[in-house]
Design a protein around this ligand. Sequence first.
Ligand SMILES: NC(=O)c1ccc[n+]([C@@H]2O[C@H](COP(=O)([O-])OP(=O)(O)OC[C@H]3O[C@@H](n4cnc5c(N)ncnc54)[C@H](OP(=O)(O)O)[C@@H]3O)[C@@H](O)[C@H]2O)c1
Length: 266
Amino acid sequence: MMVLFDIFQWYNEISKLTSMKGKVALVTGASRGIGRATAKLLAAGGAAVAVNYFQSEGAARAVVDEITQAGGRALAVRADVRDEAQVRAMVAEVGERLGPVDLLVSNAAIGFPVRPFTGFTWDEFEAKLTGELKSIFFCCQAVLPGMIERKSGCIIAISSTLSRHSSPGFIAHSTAKSGLDAFVRSLAQEVGPFGIRVNVVAPGLTLTDATAWLPEEQKTMIGEMAPLKRVALPEDVAGVVFAAASDHCRFVTGSYIPVSGGLLML
Ligand SMILES: NC(=O)c1ccc[n+]([C@@H]2O[C@H](COP(=O)([O-])OP(=O)(O)OC[C@H]3O[C@@H](n4cnc5c(N)ncnc54)[C@H](OP(=O)(O)O)[C@@H]3O)[C@@H](O)[C@H]2O)c1
């Protein structure tokens, strides 16, 4: 009888650590791809999820419908994450309708041209750098005062393995994502004393709309180079975001977690 009780206690403890129940998550760029998979997984874990979108309203509403039909709580919220006023309005709306944000997943994909450096104009290069950094800057500024007051919170920035090893044509993306990584390390230092964790999850090539243009042979070749012998699915990245956000990772901050099947080893 005592053994059964212990197992029950242990199971309860484990479930509490992995549960997102009672948490409010804001996932930017959650209408499609990695953000969509992340929003659905967090909701399945019990979080109330704000599904941010920019242009794909129908897709965002479909994510919300899927979550609510499965018994979860979700809200579609439009904002261009590069725009401070829109981000502030979004976080205020999430606060009113779901509650204060406990978990921010800054995921929205800021577009960029893939081309050699000599073919870039400064304006094109700058648009990627500022877009990437504005999105994390504005989202963090909007959610952090509440997190600091409550002395708890978690922020996960979706970077890319290309922030650590580059590839021809990806100079704008690599530069912007390494700026994002540095931002996360600095922020993790600053807000750690308030019980707030900030980490990077860095996907390698993942099959989403953003990579649909890549020739199949190239995707297969990249998959073959990885020890786990394939490229990522959005759900592979979502799983790592979930794990990093869970209380199992309560002593992890300022970290960079590659999700590349072992292609990037640090
Ligand atoms: N796929 C990969 O191979 C890969 C690899 C490494 C890193 N990543 C990173 O993973 C993240 C997600 O990429 P993904 O491949 O899942 O992209 P995706 O499938 O193309 O989806 C992009 C998402 O970002 C949203 N978005 C774009 N601009 C936005 C803006 N200004 N404000 C708010 N939302 C915006 C889109 O919303 P709407 O459709 O509503 O406009 C959409 O939900 C990005 O940070 C990307 O850099 C991806």
